[in-house]
Design a protein around this ligand. Structure first.
Ligand code: GDP
Length: 430
């Protein structure tokens, strides 16, 4: 059976920790979308890791870690990450890369960088990892699949065609030097050898694993708000972040997905540009304090180091985020972070043009939305590391009950610290 672990919000909800925890009981962990543009932070007995491309099962020798066909594969980054993990004492993980995944090329990164520069103040706040040009090329059918690497004639032909188009853009739109297909070809042939031991038919592998009754985890990157169809378009990413896309990006049958665990944080955070709508944002000193206390070392991007914008919990966005994921349960992370507050505001409605709604709107209305807050009492206690839900302060439990009611999704796990074992399991009230 298949379980999916996905984000209800803007990403950085703490999915890495939940996946790392659940991976211990799984046979296969699959990345099905996105690329190295975001990162999961995992803290375990081997140390602290920021994984960007590798699935979070790499710390368990019994897990096969699959990079699915839906992923934007930057081979150099994958090779680097593998080296980083093993150099910190982790045994060489079992990794299988889909022969249908497509390659994120150096010219995608260049295009992303040039385009952000061209947009100037109107830029999307891209991580400049080449994700948008990569997915554009995939759907324009000018992308290159991993399998093409092993047929040099096809590879050269497809690369030459792609580079021809890129160079028109680079020279005439961005006024930048052209790239050389020959040079990229040479680089690819070197990288190919690093990738070769891991490449396989993941579609057949996954279906065989399902036949054998194995447990498969789909590991989502980012969250519902960043989905290009269902999120805050165009301030989204370029691949689908919803669990449903696992059926394409990992080729798991829709009927096999039995459990969708939506991860959400006890407050909000969002990376991206300042122009991105983020209704429950807290700014000023209160925001700085929340950012400083957030996560395991403050709310700063795992990939970019950028300070994340922070806000109070947003039940409007999160209820919608869980709904579009098809959440069967929710994991609430970082509850420990809020222990310093006398009272805790929760955004429970959006006021748009004078009317208060709890339905998540499309982007033009979202840009006009103002938060409506309700305030709950804080618990003023350090709960870091608490593993017994009943031992949490009454106000902390009341906060969780309140959020569960509003997001209409059973909260089964409450995370009280960044470490794997810092987790309190809860019997939902829904
Ligand atoms: P992901 O992309 O969804 O995996 O999220 P990130 O790993 O980027 O961000 C989550 C951050 O919160 C990381 O620094 C985690 O170590 C940290 N974290 C996860 N769960 C908890 C928790 O319950 N409490 C605290 N204090 N930090 C947590």
């Amino acid at each position: 059976m298949v379980k999916a672990i996905v984000g209800a919000n803007w990403g950085d909800e703490g999915k890495g920790k939940i996946t790392d925890m659940l991976a211990s009981q799984s046979d296969v962990v699959i990345r099905f979308q996105g690329g190295a543009n975001a990162g999961h932070t995992i803290i375990n007995d081997y140390g602290r890791f920021a994984l960007h491309t590798l699935p979070s099962g790499v710390f368990y020798p019994h897990v096969t870690n699959v990079i699915g066909n839906g992923v934007a594969l930057d081979i150099a980054k994958l090779a680097h990450e593998l080296e980083e993990v093993t150099s910190q004492g982790v045994p060489a993980p079992k990794v299988l890369v889909s022969d249908r995944a497509q390659l994120l090329m150096p010219y995608h990164i260049l295009q992303d960088t040039y385009e952000e520069a061209r947009l100037g103040g109107k830029a999307f706040g891209s991580t400049k990892s080449g994700i948008a040009p990569f997915y554009s090329d995939k759907y324009a059918k000018t992308g290159i699949q991993v399998c093409d690497l092993f047929d040099e004639a096809i590879l050269r032909e497809r690369l030459t065609a792609a580079v021809e188009l890129k160079n028109v853009l680079f020279q005439h739109l961005y006024h930048q030097p052209p790239v050389s297909a020959d040079e990229i070809m040479d680089q690819l042939l070197v990288l190919r050898e690093k990738l070769r031991p891991y490449v396989g038919d993941t579609v057949t592998f996954i279906h065989q694993a399902l036949k054998e009754g194995k447990t498969i985890l789909l590991e989502g990157q980012l969250g519902s708000m960043k989905d290009p169809d269902l999120g805050i378009f165009p301030m989204t990413t370029s691949s689908h972040t919803v669990a449903g896309y696992g059926c394409v990006g990992a080729c798991v049958p829709p009927t096999a997905v039995k459990d969708v665990i939506c991860v959400t944080k006890a407050y909000s955070s969002c990376v991206g540009s300042q122009t991105e709508p983020f209704v429950s944002e807290v700014t000023g000193e209160a925001g700085n304090e929340l950012r400083r206390r957030g996560g395991d070392h403050g709310e700063f991007g795992a990939t970019t180091g950028r300070p994340r914008r922070v806000g109070w919990f947003d039940t409007v966005a999160t209820r919608y985020g869980c709904m579009v994921q098809g959440a069967t349960q929710a994991a609430l992370t970082c509850l420990d972070v809020l222990g310093y507050l006398d009272e805790i505001p929760v955004c429970t409605g959006y006021e748009i043009d004078g009317t208060v709604t709890s339905s998540f709107p499309t982007t033009p209305a979202l840009l006009r939305a103002k938060p409506v807050f309700e305030t709950l009492p804080g618990w003023k206690q350090d709960i870091r590391g608490c593993t017994d839900y009943r031992a949490l302060p009454a106000n902390a439990r009341a906060y969780v009950d309140f959020l569960e009611q509003r997001i209409e999704t059973p909260i089964t796990m409450v995370s009280t610290g960044p470490k794997r074992e810092e987790m309190a399991f809860r019997t939902p009230k829904l």
